[in-house]
Design a protein around this ligand. Sequence first.
Ligand SMILES: Cc1ncc(COP(=O)(O)O)c(C=O)c1O
Length: 414
Amino acid sequence: MAVSPTSTLDVAAIRADFAYLDEQVDGKPLAYLDSASSTQKPRQVLDRMRSFYEHEYANVHRGVYRLAERATEGFESARSTVAAFVNAPSQREVVFTRSATEALNLIAYAWGLENLGPGDVVVITELEHHANFVPWQFIASKTGASFRHIPIDDAGELQLDALDALAREGSVRVVAAGLVSNSLGTINPVERLGAWAHEQGAIMVVDAAQAAPHRAIDVQALGCDFLAFSSHKLCGPSGVGALWGRAELLEAMQPFNFGGEMIRSVSLERTTFNELPYKFEAGTPAIAEAVGFGCAIDYITEIGLSAIEQHEHELTAYALGRLGELDWVRLFGPPADRRAGIVSFDVAGVHPHDVAQVLDWEGVCVRAGHHCTQPLMTRLGVTATSRASFYLYSIHEEVDRLVDGLHKVRKSLG
Ligand SMILES: Cc1ncc(COP(=O)(O)O)c(C=O)c1O
């Protein structure tokens, strides 16, 4: 199959920003095809964090001295970068969390415990990541609400004709769905789900962990109520993520964590809580990480989300084409035009862990496992898959190395 990359991305220049590409395994260059799990970091982000630690670091929101003011400025400027990135109406609506996982737990606990009860229905999807599945399952069981899912079809796309039946099950109060599936790359119709959720009087919770790094996000256009994502999947450091929520909902919610900085006043008799977003940011936050998060957003925004999306689309179409030529490889998920840069597959007769092991000998890094989507694996009739995922630094030659590596897998183990 001939390759003719047409993306507008200057991938050679981008790759020069990533030091990991100088690494070798067994004398082979790395083909890092596991960006859905976590992305590599460009020098710009690492330099910014180092400079922040060296010249601007102190605790935030506490000190009156100028260094502390500078640190607070850096931290709050990262918040406004996150707010602009998702087109939040106000930066008060952006809460720094440890990760997408913590953001989703925050919503499930702080909103769910107060607002759910018997007769209510929480709706998630069959391809949901455990981070947007297990918290809701747990809170539903605690509150007596029912926990239901939107099924998928054989291509891994949501069956929206199931919604009417779900609406008859009770009072739908929460619809929680990922914008992009981490296992199949499926792009879910979140705007439609949000409109349906609001018709039911429910809130719409969007897990954007796999979407925010790869496509422009606009919380107002999506029409959702909460949206969560992580820094480490978009070229930023781990240990920090963001929750965006509609101000009136966040204001009505109780805090999730308690301690320093989230209070207005504390006495032996009672405690009152701080204003948004600090009410949800107890204790010392991940300060330099938030600054790195903001820098990573600047980095990918400057390159351009639509160019990144287009580049990944081409790689995905190419990978699906090349893997599709191998009749001993089963591909999961929808066609390239309805998925993001994620390709899950199964090599006949070889366990995905063995596939990943042999590919590692070739310097090709892929993920093997259930990808924190066990209900989806059950639906697909497998316990695990192999998964290749792409980002702005990925190239067609790396897909070729994946395919060559799979021939070796087949030869040695198939
Ligand atoms: C779709 C999706 N949601 C949530 C998460 C959780 O992200 P984190 O581990 O950064 O909290 C992931 C991580 O892989 C994911 O892919």
